[in-house]
Design a protein around this ligand. Structure first.
Ligand SMILES: Cc1cc2nc3c(=O)[nH]c(=O)nc-3n(C[C@H](O)[C@H](O)[C@H](O)COP(=O)(O)OP(=O)(O)OC[C@H]3O[C@@H](n4cnc5c(N)ncnc54)[C@H](O)[C@@H]3O)c2cc1C
Length: 328
């Protein structure tokens, strides 16, 4: 083994939350094996990257840069990551399960001829092997997958699922790796990057999500959901029924064909709890359901349930929480 590598993804100049979670969770493995814990940053990176990654226990920050890496492209970044890792014999390369990583990780795995465990929610180190926990069949089963010693393994981890482990801060070394993406190897051209959800917390990284379903009754029904989200500093999610009806945009959709999320608190309002919705949120640490139907399936997975009309319950909850937070 020659290192445990973590892809340190940035968004708008900040490292994504999952980077710190994965790095800190791997620190113990690095200590146990004596292998370095390496953060790989590709393209534009914060100038003080080592300082920012120090609290999570990184030993080394590898900054891969060069022409063609100014913005993310699937082929360019896959080429850059594999070129940087060639000859370093990584034991593992881990990513946060972000939209970018879902595109990048399989390409890198294919180039490295390595296994990829996608969308994991748990990581352990047992008897010299990585052990991954991965929800299957919409979260009904939790698969346990183990790495093969001597073979590199890749995995993506759902943001929030690992949490940040308490580790002693390090003073990471910093190494620049200059690469030049071969001309003609990138098929796509990024013309513009558009921020879709301005000013709101990213759904996948949010610690609290307030979601609305068909029960909100229309686009204006999401006002009460947004108000509660604002008070809690939460992201707004939605069921597919609400998205398909055009009440809210697809980037809010939680579920099998939307985003998989693992917040500390998930508040489902007017959502029945279809298996495809549960597939995206059942790993939340605490689920609160608000539904006027006492037999709604969502109550079977909820930690707390409120039977009632969301248009009465949610504003009352918002007012109460606002007052509590002001007092605090
Ligand atoms: C291949 C496939 C993929 C899918 N992917 C997804 C996915 O990614 N995400 C997803 O969410 N769905 C997905 N679905 C759809 C899924 O099967 C359900 O149809 C959908 O989740 C239902 O959304 P809902 O709970 O908002 O609506 P409904 O099932 O209609 O439930 C609405 C709920 O609101 C309650 N309600 C109504 N009015 C009020 C009120 N005033 N106050 C309180 N409660 C109220 C009702 O009692 C009901 O329980 C997928 C389906 C398929 C076939």
């Amino acid at each position: 083994m020659a290192g445990i590598f973590v892809y340190a993804e940035t968004k708008e100049g900040e490292f994504r939350k999952a980077t710190g979670e994965i790095l800190s969770r791997c620190r113990g493995v690095a200590d146990a094996t004596g292998e370095p814990l390496v953060a790989v940053v590709v393209g534009p990176a914060p100038e003080d990257a080592p300082r920012r990654l120090a609290p999570f226990g990184a030993d080394l920050v590898l900054h891969v840069e060069g022409p063609g890496l100014e913005v993310y492209t699937s082929q360019g970044y896959a080429w850059a990551v594999t070129s940087c890792l060639a000859g370093r014999q990584p034991a593992a390369l881990f990513f946060g399960n972000t939209p970018l990583a879902r595109d990048l990780a399989p390409r890198v795995a294919e180039r490295m001829d390595a296994a990829l465990h996608a969308d994991c929610t748990g990581l352990a180190w047992e008897d010299g092997r990585f052990v991954f926990t991965r929800p299957l069949y919409g979260g009904k089963l939790l698969a346990r997958a183990v790495s093969r010693p001597g073979h590199p393994v890749l995995a993506t981890f759902r943001p929030n699922s690992l949490g940040v482990a308490e580790v002693a801060a390090t003073s990471p070394a910093y190494e620049r790796v200059q690469v030049e993406v071969p001309a003609g190897s990138v098929a796509s051209v990024v013309k513009e990057t558009i921020r879709q959800v301005a000013g709101r917390v990213s759904l996948q990284e949010a610690e609290i999500i307030v979601s609305g379903g068909r029960g909100v009754g229309g686009p204006e029904g999401f006002r009460v959901i947004e108000e509660l989200a604002d008070v809690l500093g939460a992201a707004v999610g939605a069921s597919r029924a609400a998205v398909d009806a055009g009440w809210i945009s697809y980037d809010h959709q939680v579920g099998q064909t939307g985003k998989a999320v693992s917040p500390n608190l998930y508040i489902a309002c007017g959502i029945s709890g279809a298996i495809q919705h549960l597939a995206g949120m059942s790993s939340a640490r605490c689920i609160v359901a608000i539904n006027k139907d006492p037999d709604a399936y969502i109550f079977k997975v909820a930690d707390y349930g409120i039977v009632g009309d969301l248009f009465q319950v949610v504003p009352a909850l918002t007012a109460e929480l606002r007052e509590m937070l002001v007092r605090a």
